[in-house]
Design a protein around this ligand. Structure first.
Ligand code: BG6
Length: 480
């Protein structure tokens, strides 16, 4: 019998970006310097370098990014043309508090976001706002070693207070922290945690201090709970999302050792943070992990109370790929988003070696819904690929295939009973890649004519996937 399940009415089709990857205008409007502003361009083979004192010889992709700061009207009009119901973007912390520890916000920065909200309202596009997405003030990283210090909580709350008060009539959905679980891995210590290792030279490089990193993560979790508390006191209708970078893990074989290895890592990497934010306390496995690794976290009774009483409302996650875990040290390895793993022989890989696994999306949707029973949003998904640009025309069937097969699996998950309410694929307009800093790793429906060195006209062009996605939205996911 043919399935009749449809996407629910009011499903939020849309797209997602982050300020540091799309806005550019890094010195405009009183903006300060964020951690992302001191990370150079790299490639898949050559890691991005971090230079705290910027060098004129090097290119820092966030400085120009996609020049959305100047093109925002045109960009939002293009999103509206595709029929977006939701747009996920981040508010750059350093546009609002350039150093992070000022008393008063920078009005010029707020005026920029006022315009974005007005523009979205004009087209009836629901904003989904990420408050912190790799835009931590560099000053706070230098002053406090970032989130390693509890003092960061107050700085973050000042930002939240300004945003909640100013935008309380524009925004319902907030994500306090992008991919909060990334801090459980050394690679995100600087870009997400603002932790500066003495010998840090490259993105994710330098000696890792797990004690500091997990203490930082604890402060982030407390800040998230405080954001919920403050937000709901300002507008009880606010909805807060716990967001995880979900790297779906499979055992490479059915050998029990592979299965336990996979389970353990899945709990630590994928479940820990959302368990705290959606269940209200540290899970048993995390406490054991800390004991086994000699990590002692300063958790006060007040922290515990805050976490318990201020749960997030929905589960948001990014999904790009899956990898395997194997107890065999010689298993063939592949790379990936924040982590790689053993190569799955049944999957194809992107040009950047991320394994493409649409069925894994259905599996993941069921897994997270079963665990939390709250509405679910897929707030990032997509294929980073090189596009061929010829006379303003971009044929990108590979991107359409990737998205189509993932949307098909979303439908299956809805048919399974998962309460999926939103889909905002990543980089709906081409933007700078986090892992490599390249522009040529493109995700967009909209092509931005700029290269890895920030050269180009920055003109916008509709790719084939633009018209395809428009049709998908128009038919509420029926015409794929
Ligand atoms: C997610 C981040 O982890 O992956 C995004 O939230 C990022 O900011 C996305 O851009 C894709 O990764 P990359 O390295 O291809 O940009």
């Amino acid at each position: 019998m043919k399935k009749t399940t449809k996407f629910p009415d009011g499903f939020y089709w849309g797209g997602a970006t982050a300020a540091n990857q799309v806005e550019g205008a890094w010195e405009v409007g009183g903006k300060g310097i964020s951690v992302s502003d001191v990370i150079t361009v790299g490639t898949h083979q050559n890691p991005r370098r971090v230079s705290l004192d910027m060098s004129e010889q090097l290119y820092y992709p966030s400085h120009k990014a996609s020049e959305h700061y100047d093109h925002y009207k045109e960009d939002i009009a293009l999103f509206a043309e595709m029929g977006f119901k939701m747009y996920r973007f981040s508010i750059s912390w350093v546009r609002i508090f350039p150093n992070g520890d000022e008393e008063k916000p920078n009005e010029e920065g707020l005026l920029f976001y006022d315009k974005i909200f007005e523009e979205l309202k004009k087209y009836n596009i629901e904003p989904l706002v990420t408050i912190s997405h790799n835009e931590l003030p560099l000053h706070l990283a230098k002053k406090f070693n970032g989130w390693a210090s509890r003092k960061m909580i107050d700085c973050f709350m000042k930002l939240c207070n300004v945003l909640f008060e100013r935008y309380k009539d524009y925004v319902t959905y907030w994500i306090p922290f992008n991919e909060i679980n990334n801090l459980s891995l050394p690679i995100s210590g600087f870009v997400q945690g603002g932790i500066i290792a003495d010998d840090m030279k490259t993105f994710g490089g330098g000696t890792d201090n797990a004690q500091l990193r997990f203490q930082a993560l604890h402060h982030v979790l407390v800040a998230g709970a405080k954001a919920v508390q403050l937000g709901k006191s300002i507008n009880p209708n606010f909805q807060f999302g716990s967001m995880t970078c979900h790297i779906t893990l499979y055992p490479l074989t059915c050998k029990p050792e592979d299965i336990v290895l996979t389970q353990q890592e899945d709990l630590l990497r994928n479940c820990f943070c959302s368990d705290v934010q959606l269940k209200g306390e540290y899970p048993y496995f995390q406490e054991k992990y800390y004991q086994d690794n000699g990590i002692i976290i300063d958790i006060t009774e007040e922290d515990k109370k805050l976490l318990k009483e201020n749960l997030h409302d929905f589960y948001a996650f990014s999904y790009y790929m899956s990898v395997c875990r194997s107890s065999d040290p010689d298993a063939d390895q592949t790379s990936g988003n924040i982590m790689g793993g053993a190569r799955n022989p049944y999957l194809e890989e992107s040009e950047w070696d991320w394994q493409i696994d649409p069925v894994g999306l259905r599996y993941t949707l069921n897994k997270v819904y079963d665990r939390y029973r709250v509405p679910v949003m897929i707030t990032e998904n997509g294929l980073g690929a090189t596009d061929k640009f010829e006379n303003g025309i971009i044929h990108d069937p590979y991107r359409i295939d990737y998205l189509r097969t993932h949307i098909e699996q979303m439908k299956e998950a809805i048919n399974d009973g998962v309460e999926l309410i939103a889909y905002t694929p990543w980089g709906c307009i081409d933007l700078v890649s986090v892992s490599t800093g390249e522009m040529k790793k493109r995700y967009g429906f909209i092509y931005v004519d700029a290269d890895d060195n920030g050269e180009g006209t920055f003109n916008r062009y509709r790719k084939d996937s633009f018209n395809w996605y428009k049709k998908v939205i128009q038919s509420n996911g029926e015409d794929l």
